[in-house]
Write a protein that binds this ligand. Structure first.
Ligand code: AMP
Ligand code: MG
Length: 404
């Protein structure tokens, strides 16, 4: 059985070796639609930022030299407001009323806060505190210069990036197209969410968790419905699924008598590169490709399928999107209680993590195995125990994945 790391290496090297245009093409989208998408252009400042020396306080633009002895009374010679600069020069003993975001008038070199002043009359103000040069203002270009590269291709656009894109005049943005991902659930026992299960039946939950993960990773899911555990039904669904960028089939990949998914993959000429991973949950994870389509058989158990997606499918989607970071982000915590694990397989154990005294503490959450969504919903993390480590003791440190 392959260790997780080796499985991931196979997925990524397959994607890298299929050198065609394996990266998704780029498309232009409206600014607001670019949130969380992967940027496919370098973005440069169209002007200095800020564009002019500007006040970052409401108060008075002054010459700091006039305030070496305070209180000091200054003559108010004008008003500079956001969007409308004052047409004055601040001379000795003078100041200009100014608002946050307004251009600093020539002659002034500091802004004193209104809180540190007393207005005596429309023409005069008493300043109560001294100031230093450049206090209360930002000089032109202090944040970035015209022509500076502020965002690089491969960046996943976050909230600050979106604001930045707006600020430099990008009303549309070049991002990676979303890969099209076909999602098939399999099983004779499955009924749809709005149906009442008869004896022996359960509702299909994998389709929904998988589609949510597909969306979160930045791809577009296509629900192909439930494939029944017979060759004909699986053939027709998988045939259609193979017309997508990725095909994800959940269930039907274990050793059961009615697990036909791998048989049908083989019939369609899918080149299967692995079909078992040394991890728990998630052992029967299948990966291969046919032509331009990447194919995964994900284990049927709800938690196994989530974990396998996170470990293998998500990094592949991010790679295809040309994202700069593709690896799952882990954090480190100290174990509050032992975490049991079979040394033969890496384990992902549902856990509860908290932040206290400057670090993360983690303990395993009660759960009843890889179908227990109730237990998983009460957890907020997965402890990752590498293969070979076996049981970890309380006080040891462990890597974990945060689950949101
Ligand atoms: P399988 O890998 O097909 O043997 O499925 C393993 C377990 O996962 C069985 O208990 C199935 O009933 C369950 N399972 C399979 N597919 C789904 C699904 N789409 N939603 C919820 N449970 C499922
Ligand atoms: Mg099944």
């Amino acid at each position: 059985m392959l260790p997780i790391e080796r499985g991931l290496e196979i997925v990524m090297s397959t994607a890298k070796a299929k050198q065609r245009n394996d990266w998704m093409p780029a498309e232009s989208v409206a600014l607001l639609d670019s949130m969380h998408r992967v940027l496919r252009e370098d973005v440069f400042c169209d002007a200095d930022s800020p564009r002019f020396d500007k006040a970052i306080r409401d108060g008075f633009a002054v010459r700091f030299e006039d305030l070496t002895a305070v209180p000091a009374v200054l003559t108010v010679v004008g008003e500079s407001r956001a969007g409308l600069a004052a047409d004055v020069t601040v001379g000795r003993g003078q100041c200009c009323e100014i608002m946050t975001g307004a251009p600093l008038p020539p002659g002034a070199n500091a802004v004193v806060m209104v809180e540190n002043t007393e207005r005596l009359s429309p023409e005069s103000v008493r300043v109560l505190k001294t100031t230093r040069e450049n206090e209360g203002l930002l000089r032109r270009g202090a944040e970035a210069r015209q022509g500076d590269r502020i965002l690089a291709t491969g960046r996943q656009i976050g909230l600050a990036d979106l604001g930045l894109l707006a600020g430099v005049g990008k009303s549309s943005v070049l991002v990676s197209k979303k890969p099209r991902v076909a999602v098939i659930a399999t099983g004779d026992e499955l009924v749809e969410v709005d149906q009442e299960p008869q004896p022996g039946q359960i509702r299909n939950s994998n389709t929904y968790t998988i589609c949510a993960q597909v969306k979160e990773a930045g791809a577009e899911p296509f629900i192909l419905g439930i494939g029944r555990d017979n060759l004909d039904d699986l053939r027709s669904k998988i045939r259609y699924g193979l017309e997508h960028d990725l095909l994800l089939v959940s269930g039907g990949v274990s050793m059961g008598k009615y697990d036909f998914v791998e048989t049908v993959f083989a019939e369609f000429g899918v080149d299967v590169l692995f079909d078992k991973i040394a991890m728990k949950p998630g052992k029967p994870t299948v990966f291969g490709y046919r032509g331009d389509t990447y194919v995964f058989g994900l284990p049927g158990n709800p938690i196994s399928t989530m974990v396998a997606f996170h470990m293998f499918v998500r990094p592949l989607i991010l790679f295809l999107l040309k994202a700069e970071n593709t690896t799952p982000k882990t954090l480190e915590a100290t174990l509050d209680s032992p975490a049991k694990c079979d040394p033969q397989r890496a384990a992902l154990v549902p856990a509860l993590v908290r932040f206290e005294s400057g670090k993360y503490w983690i303990r395993t959450a009660p759960w009843k195995g890889s179908s227990d969504l109730v237990g998983l919903a009460r957890a907020n993390a997965l402890i990752m125990i590498p293969r070979g480590d076996g049981t970890l003791d309380a006080g040891q440190s462990a890597q974990f994945l945060l689950m949101e």
